[in-house]
Design a protein around this ligand. Structure first.
Ligand code: NAP
Ligand code: 12T
Length: 336
């Protein structure tokens, strides 16, 4: 990317749960922004969003929205990305796409900077941001994989409603209030009540019985870690938490690693914080992790049922490291 002192940055989906966080993170990290262009649908075009203390009017996303724009961060769903990302590239911009539209395209790098920043070298204008659950898992697993080679991963997720967006956050709040006051409440965003409940169902079901979210964790992990030999099986569960995803991860490795050795490796790993002292009730919690940037790892222990195995509890803010922060980190790599 051509070096400049500041860049024109468009955010597609700027009024959403992820887009709002993108603007906040560009601001917090002092990304060199000349002009920021917030884009959304007709539902919120004309509204204001705040950036660096200024109110900026949201514009309607249109075919010719990208003239003069250097970088576009997309977070408005896969259909919008499929239609508009190629138009942004034609207009001369580089796209960092947060949807599932381009992730498994062999011409599109799928990047978590701590793991595979080198993949940015071969982009063709579009770079894909992985799924939130995959991002936090690979940040924690890559350093262990480098040390002892991971053969197999069994993961169960505990995913917050903010992963679905602003409507789902309102639904959890509304159902909770109504159920607590014995009022009738309806499920609209999810097929069942999410308040006081867990749903073993994220994204659509496939004929195999797995969900698309589960298969993203399988396929995206192999692509980012550049190892098709890593076997992954996932169960993804929606839990009544507003922000941050937690994951229970079991790994089987080629060589043995003690829990202490694993903690030592993880405490040196980029983007990871080890938070693991059960004797003092210390382990990562979704409520505490919301609003922070690291991938937190706790409950590290040896799997006593096999020769070489470990169990981990991994928590990250899905709107930040799982989406907006990872996208901005990719943009930072691109302008370096
Ligand atoms: P959200 O809170 O529902 O926000 C959706 C945003 O997209 C809003 O700004 C909305 O604008 C805009 N939008 C929707 N349809 C549009 C259209 N046809 N044209 C222009 N703008 C449109 O959802 P979110 O949680 O921010 O997620 C947005 C997308 O990001 C998701 O669909 C998903 O693909 C992706 N995502 C990825 C991850 C990840 O795993 N990395 C995590 C979460 C989300 P209005 O205000 O005008 O409606
Ligand atoms: N269904 O970007 O509902 O592939 O939590 C991210 C989050 C899809 C994605 C969710 C989803 C994606 C969710």
């Amino acid at each position: 990317m051509k070096k400049k002192s500041a860049y024109n940055v468009a955010v597609v989906g700027a009024t959403g749960a992820v887009g709002t966080e993108m603007l906040r993170i560009l601001e917090e990290r002092k990304f060199p922004v000349d002009r920021v262009l917030p884009l959304a649908s007709a539902r919120s075009a004309g509204e204001d969003v705040s950036f660096n203390g200024q109110d900026i009017t949201v514009k309607l996303l249109e075919k010719d929205s990208f003239a003069g724009i250097d970088i576009v961060l997309f977070s408005a769903g896969a259909d919008t990305s499929k239609e508009f990302a190629p138009l942004a590239v034609d207009a001369g911009a580089i796209v960092v796409d947060n949807s599932s539209a381009w992730r498994m395209d062999s011409h599109v790098p799928l990047v978590v900077p701590e793991v595979n920043a080198h993949a940015l070298e071969w982009h063709n204008g579009i770079i894909a941001n992985p799924n939130c659950s995959t991002i936090q898992m690979v940040v924690a697993l890559q350093p262990l994989h480098k040390a002892v080679c991971i053969k197999r991963v069994v993961v169960t997720t505990f995913q917050s409603v903010s992963g679905t967006g602003k409507d789902a956050m309102e639904e959890l709040a509304d159902q909770s209030r109504k159920l607590m006051s014995l009022q009738e409440s309806k499920a609209t965003v999810y097929p069942h009540h999410i308040a006081f409940n867990c749903l073993p169902h994220i994204d659509d079901f496939l004929p195999s019985g797995y969900t698309k979210e589960e298969m993203k964790m399988v396929n995206e992990t192999q692509k980012i870690m550049e190892d098709a030999m890593i076997q992954v099986t996932a169960t993804t569960v929606r839990v009544p938490v507003f922000v941050s995803h937690a994951e229970s991860i079991n790994i089987e490795t080629k060589r043995r690693l003690t829990a202490n050795e694993a903690r030592a490796i993880l405490s040196e790993a980029p983007g990871v914080q080890v938070y693991d002292d059960p004797s003092h009730q210390i382990y990562p919690l979704q409520i505490d992790v919301a609003g922070t940037d690291a991938v937190y790892v706790g409950r590290v222990r040896e799997d006593e049922s096999i020769a070489n195995g470990l169990n981990l509890w991994v928590v990250a803010d899905n709107l930040r490291k799982g989406a907006a922060l990872n996208a901005v980190q990719i943009a930072e790599e691109l302008i370096r």
